[in-house]
Structure formats: C-alpha cells, structure tokens
Design a protein. Structure first.
Length: 320
C-alpha cells in the first residue's frame, strides 16, 4: 500500500487533470476545427462539407474540410492528433473494413471515439435484363442450377460491391464468379453491356440505369423496406432471409477526447442532420440521414467488423 502522502499526490494529480479537461471543454471551441476525410468529390467529402457548413455558425468557429488520399492516411492522421476536439474524421466502411485485410496504423475501436452516424446507403441488387430472374428467389435458383456460370461486377477487393456480393453468395450457398473492375463506373458499364450478369451497388450508382430499363432491380438490401425505393422488396423478404448490406458513414474523434466535447459535437451535428434541406440533399445522393448517439455508432461499427470479418476470412479476401 502506498504511503498516505503518495496517495494524496495521485489524487491531487487526477483532480488537476480532470479540472483541465473540464476547463478545456467549457472553452471549446476556441479555434478552427478541421475535418479530415478521403478525396474530394466522394461520399465522405459530401458528408464532411454538410457537417462543416452546419456546425460552423453555432460553434462560432470555421470548420475546414481537409481531403487526403484514400486508404489509411485520414485515419492515421486523426488517431495521432491531440484529443481536444479540433481534429475530426468523417469516413465510411473502408475505415473499419480495410484493417481486416491488411495491417493498419490504428485500431478503430481503441484509437477513436465515435460522435454520430450521419447516413446510410443500402445496396441495390441489379441484374442485366437478359438474366431470367424476376426475384431474389429466382436468381438464387438460377445460380444453383448453373454453378460457376453466373458472374458479378465488383470494384476493388473489400469494397462495398465486393463484400455485399460475397455475403450474398455465402448466405445463399451459390457459386457466382467475381469480375473485378477499377471502379464502380466501369463495372456498371459492363453490366449494362451484358458482359456481366449482376451487381450489388448503391442506389445513386444504379438508379439512372434502372429508370431507363438498362438494368433490372430485384431488391434493396435493407432489413426493412427502404423509404427511397418504396416499390422494391427487401432481399431478406424476397428470397434470402436475414440478408443486409448497408453502407454507413460516421464522425469520429481521437481517443481520450473529453466527453463534454464529444457530447457538444454530437448535439450540434444532430441539429444539422435534422434539417429538412439537409435530409433532401442526402436523398438526392441515394442515402438516408441517420443521426445517432456515439454508443449507437460504436455498436454499428463493431457489428460490421464482426459480420464482414467473417465474410473476408471465409472468402480469403485480400487487397487486389
């Protein structure tokens, strides 16, 4: 047991540290905030700018979006930043999926604190019109009758299009061959041209081709009917019970950021996400606003790590 004087010193040091954190939180923010995300023009960038514009005025500080190369760079920068609420991260599934395929310079759960979910964008199951399937049940039956004959379009290893279909294959117990592309645009182009049979991609990516009849949509991969696709059944209800593939995006801060700062940021971001014009902007990109508590974001990330980790392991997925 420590002598009383040492115990008192430790207690005093803890109280001083706590008081410093409280003072910091009370004065927050006292300088500009930066949001680090992936390259300009993508979904993460869109979300970052919506958040930055919305919270700047109520916080009384400018909020700057910094676009960095994709991969581990944005996460590494935020993980190593001071935990003072002035450096934030906006990212989607790649942030926690990529470390499942190769060594990452951070641990998603250990090195970050969640702030809020921002939105969700479900996968849409589409096929070329020549594929003789009108439902998920039909497609599964077709794939089982012709193992290895059907193929699917996919972007890079570990991308949403890849993992969504590998999960579909695993749950449906079918053999469908992956055709890899450098990006979603090239994949959809070949799907429209009939070079590949099917794909699971976002609503924003496939909606124009579905509308013109160049692609046929079979189902949406949400657990319940999706508000933006009221005429589409879910994959789960139309042939593959329990299937779900939804891309989520969230806001994170470095670990050890004071709880008061996390709560303040959460409250301000939820106010932004609740605005009707903001919801409309997300709808126009094929996604749906989902504000949340920090705990709900953490739970969603842990669930995705567990669920997709199994898919990656079973399929032996590595970066292309």
């Amino acid at each position: 047991m420590l002598p009383p004087r040492y115990s008192s010193c430790i207690l005093l040091a803890a109280m001083v540290a706590l008081s410093s954190a409280e003072i910091c939180a009370q004065n927050y923010p006292a300088k500009p905030i930066r949001i680090i995300t992936s390259g300009a023009g993508g979904g993460n960038d869109f979300v970052s700018r919506i958040i930055a514009q919305g919270i700047s005025e109520p916080l009384g500080q400018s909020v700057i979006v910094e676009n960095r190369a994709t991969g581990f760079i944005p996460g590494e920068l935020v993980a190593k930043a001071p935990p003072d609420g002035y450096t934030l991260l906006v990212y989607g599934g790649t942030f926690w999926i990529a470390p499942l395929m190769q060594t990452a310079p951070y641990d998603v759960v250990r090195d970050f604190l969640p702030i809020t979910l921002t939105d969700r964008a479900p996968s849409i199951l589409v096929v070329h019109p020549s594929v003789p399937a009108r439902s998920v049940k039909d497609l599964i039956a077709l794939a089982r009758s012709r193992p290895g004959d059907l193929n699917y379009a996919s972007a890079a290893a570990g991308s949403g299009t890849h993992l969504a279909t590998e999960l579909f294959k695993s749950m449906a117990r079918v053999n469908i061959v992956r055709i890899s592309y450098k990006g979603v645009g090239a994949a959809i182009s070949d799907l429209i041209g009939g070079q590949v049979h099917m794909m699971l991609s976002t609503l924003a990516a496939v909606a124009p081709s579905v509308k013109t009849g160049r692609l046929k949509a079979l189902a949406v991969a949400t657990p319940q009917p999706f508000s933006l696709t009221p005429d589409l059944p879910t994959v789960s209800a139309s042939g593959l019970q329990g299937y779900e593939s939804v891309t989520i995006t969230g806001v994170f801060a470095p670990a050890k950021t004071p709880p008061a700062i996390i709560n303040r940021l959460n409250q301000e971001m939820l106010r932004v996400l609740a605005k009707s014009d903001v919801k409309e902007k997300f709808i126009n990109t094929g996604s749906e606003v989902v504000g949340s508590t920090p705990e709900e974001l953490l739970s969603a990330v842990k669930s995705e790590i567990s669920r997709m980790g199994k898919v990656i392991k079973e399929a032996g997925i590595r970066n292309d």
